[in-house]
Design a protein. Structure first.
Length: 256
């Protein structure tokens, strides 16, 4: 579990708030249920998504997470939102006139559906990682009886994400020190060579590490841990967030 420590300073916001003190497994379950409630909300219920956003905002303020930092982390979804931009142009009839553009009405609804639900889901996940350390997240998965193989894969992914990022930074410094300009528009070949070298290096390192682990008797068997049970109060506080989102979803389905 120690591999996750290197990412704590990147993802985790150090504060002593009530949200931070909640049991990690409670926060994981609450986040998943909140996302389910958002996804189940009809796309036509604009007010419901506004209420869901207010719910997340209240949690962020309670956790004392900087709104600017929170919004910056949500930018990770921008590449996926670019896909939604094309839906109004490639969708089917009926069409609506928006200024000089003739756009597909189903495409507009589809783009809105992806954008609003994806944004709320990413925002909820960003709050989870801002209030829970990576080792605690991994331990939460174990306590929730997630298969040991999946937990191990997540652990190695986090650890080697850090290792690869450090390798890439060193390779970039080496290129710059030799007078190379790393701006990609005219250095595509150099970037491709860097990516290839990084892939080979990471593959060989992974193979060596895996052989060393097998030599030490590593297996995907269940890890015996003294699992700390989350108090009922922690469950009640954490589940109040998805419960509120579920009420909003039910109201949206009923009222419209």
């Amino acid at each position: 579990m120690g591999g996750g420590h290197g990412h704590t300073h990147v993802l985790f916001v150090h504060h002593d708030s009530g949200v931070h003190r909640l049991a990690p497994q409670c926060k994981v379950v609450a986040t998943v249920l909140f996302v389910f409630a958002v996804v189940a909300t009809p796309r036509e219920a604009f007010w419901a998504f506004a209420v869901d956003a207010v719910i997340l905002l209240i949690v962020a303020l309670a956790a004392r997470v900087s709104l600017r930092r929170w919004a910056r982390r949500c930018l990770v979804e921008v590449p996926f939102l670019l896909f939604a931009v094309f839906l109004p142009f490639v969708g089917t009839a009926p069409y609506v006139q928006v200024g000089p553009l003739l756009l597909s009405e189903p495409g507009l609804w589809g783009a809105w559906n992806i954008a609003v639900k994806g944004t709320l889901g990413v925002a909820a996940s960003a709050l989870l990682t801002a209030t829970t350390t990576v080792p605690d997240l991994l331990r939460a998965l174990e306590r929730l009886r997630v298969p040991a193989a999946l937990v191990a894969i997540a652990t190695f992914m986090i650890r080697y994400g850090e290792v690869l990022a450090a390798d890439l930074a060193r390779m970039r410094i080496a290129r710059v020190s030799r007078g190379d300009d790393p701006r990609w528009l005219w250095q595509v070949r150099g970037l491709a060579q860097t990516a290839g070298a990084l892939f080979v290096r990471s593959y060989e390192r992974g193979e060596r590490v895996y052989v060393a682990m097998l030599a030490r008797g590593y297996g995907f068997g269940p890890v015996a841990r003294a699992g700390q049970q989350a108090p009922r109060r922690s469950w009640a506080r954490a589940l109040s967030v998805p419960a509120a989102a579920a009420v909003v979803c039910a109201a949206a389905l009923t009222v419209g």
